[in-house]
Design a protein around this ligand. Structure first.
Ligand code: GSH
Length: 208
């Protein structure tokens, strides 16, 4: 099979795709899109994703380009047969937690990151709003994970890969998992997976 192209950068969203590729064992090549230098706005990249966001995958054998990590993960599960929901019920629950990540956890933590780390002006109202949203969403995940090992049930899967890189990045936002013990247990279990350790090292970016 021709390797799948992964267009990515060292970020939580990029890591969802690289972890999934590592879990599937599909051959792939890495193409660094330096979003710190604005490469995601260049015409060549916009042809892959008009929404100027990494990651994107290109599957040359299927003439298929996919952006949005939820779609990428479902595509790679189908393509490889790995981590595929086992029945319609599991597929629907997986989609539900995938959309929860894409619609809530990702955007809220992304905004918190923006206002805490990048904003030129310190805006206490914005920081408080997104801190509170983060606390609320983490409590939901902790409550769910008190009742089962992984987001969809007994098995690790796509919904966990969607969510884990953002939980893993919380320490960069000055937040710990001390008050969410079930989320902490889940985070540690996934962090120990060899494919996850390899996935978060991608792309390797040499220091200047
Ligand atoms: N919902 C998108 C989010 C992707 C995303 O926000 N990517 C960020 C990096 S973590 C990005 O490329 N930002 C560049 C920009 O906004 O210009 C997904 O799940 O793929």
């Amino acid at each position: 099979m021709t390797p799948i192209e992964l267009h990515t950068y060292q970020t939580p969203n990029g890591h969802k795709a690289s972890i999934m590729l590592e879990e599937t064992g599909l051959p792939y090549s890495v193409h660094v899109v330096d979003i710190d230098k604005g490469r995601q706005h260049e015409p060549e990249f916009l042809r892959l994703n008009p929404n100027n966001k990494i990651p994107v995958i290109v599957d040359p054998d299927r003439h298929r380009t996919v952006f949005e990590t939820g779609a990428i993960l479902f595509y790679l599960a189908e393509r490889s047969g790995a981590l595929r929901p086992r029945d319609a019920d599991e597929a629907l629950t997986t989609l539900q937690w995938t959309l929860f990540q894409a619609a809530h956890l990702g955007p809220m933590l992304g905004q918190l990151w923006h206002f805490k780390v990048f904003a030129r002006e310190r805006l206490p109202y914005a920081i408080e709003r997104y801190e509170n949203e983060a606390t609320r969403l983490l409590a939901i995940l902790d409550h769910e994970l008190a009742r089962r090992p992984y987001l969809v049930g007994a098995q690790y899967g796509i919904a966990d890969i969607m969510t884990w890189p953002w939980i893993n990045a919380l320490s960069k936002l000055g937040r710990s998992l001390a008050h969410t013990p079930h989320l902490k247990r889940w985070h540690a279990a996934i962090a120990a997976r060899p494919a996850v350790r390899r996935g978060i090292a991608i792309p390797h970016i040499a220091a200047d």
